[in-house]
Design a protein around this ligand. Structure first.
Ligand code: ZN
Length: 262
């Protein structure tokens, strides 16, 4: 459906491993950034492991406090990550539960179902999938496959943006452009193939921002930019991102109605 060519997904470039092996093999160089992202994302929800760790770190082990928002406390998130990596574990206490401990790698494995190394050319890429109790979702594999097929030009254009760690809408820009797009295409594949099973949704914030970009650019444009590395369409996409960023209109009742056209 995306008119793909070149090296593709085969049994040779996908491996399935259990939680332990997935955690052990998670690339060391990516750990701190991934941890920061997870706490930024989920640390505000005290019912989650990330939330319990974040609240515990700030000294709140009971519920007598206002909700915390890690997205406005990036400095604290960075400190917490640094401390956990140094200690080799994060700890949490919640209400009367016994103290919990989890290593940074095991913590990442709780949140991440698959990983695709997209650093090289398409022919050199591979996917590692995590199995829970000997199973994994097809949806996760489809999402990872969408990473596998990202064009080198698109990936480089994202990495070259100096502002790619800034917030775009309500998500981090690099995550919007890499995770949001992979998720968007994965959901299309799932919708076209009901036999692939349940659509387990991931990256809702990033997906939401991609919906805005697609509204401005159209499906054909984003497919050409992402999969084909079409220079003109990548330029259009990046220009649209800039237009959204430059939009200084305040007090709009519905930000989705603001659709700049490149
Ligand atoms: Zn992904």
């Amino acid at each position: 459906m995306f008119d793909l060519s070149g090296p593709g997904l085969t049994a040779k470039n996908v491996s399935f491993v259990d939680e332990k092996e997935f955690a052990a093999k998670y690339p060391g160089g990516d750990i701190e950034e991934q941890l920061k992202f997870i706490f930024w994302y989920d640390g505000g929800h005290v019912s989650t492991v990330a939330g319990k760790i974040f609240y515990s770190y700030l000294g709140y082990i009971f519920l007598e406090h206002p909700p915390l928002n890690p997205r406005t406390q990036m400095g604290t998130v960075e400190e917490l990550v640094k401390q956990g990596v140094k200690d080799g574990y994060f700890w949490y206490r919640f209400l009367t539960d016994p103290m919990g401990r989890i290593s940074p790698r095991d913590f990442i494995a709780l949140y991440i179902g698959g990983i695709t190394d997209i650093s090289g050319s398409q022919a050199r890429r591979s996917i590692r999938m995590q199995m829970y109790d000997h199973t994994a979702y097809v949806k996760t594999l489809v999402h990872e496959a969408c990473h596998l097929y990202v064009s080198v030009a698109f990936r480089d254009a994202v990495n070259d943006r100096k502002d790619n760690q800034e917030i775009f809408g309500d998500a981090i820009l690099s995550k919007v452009l890499l995770e949001g797009f992979a998720e968007r295409f994965a959901r299309e594949v799932m919708a076209a193939n009901p036999a692939f099973g349940p659509v387990v949704e991931a990256y809702p914030l990033e997906f939401g921002q991609v919906v805005r970009l697609v509204a401005a650019l159209g499906e054909d444009s984003i497919r050409k930019a992402y999969f084909k590395g079409d220079a003109g369409e990548i330029k259009n996409l990046m220009k649209t991102v800039d237009l959204y960023k430059a939009n200084t209109i305040t007090n709009v009742t519905n930000p989705d109605l603001m659709m700049p056209v490149p």
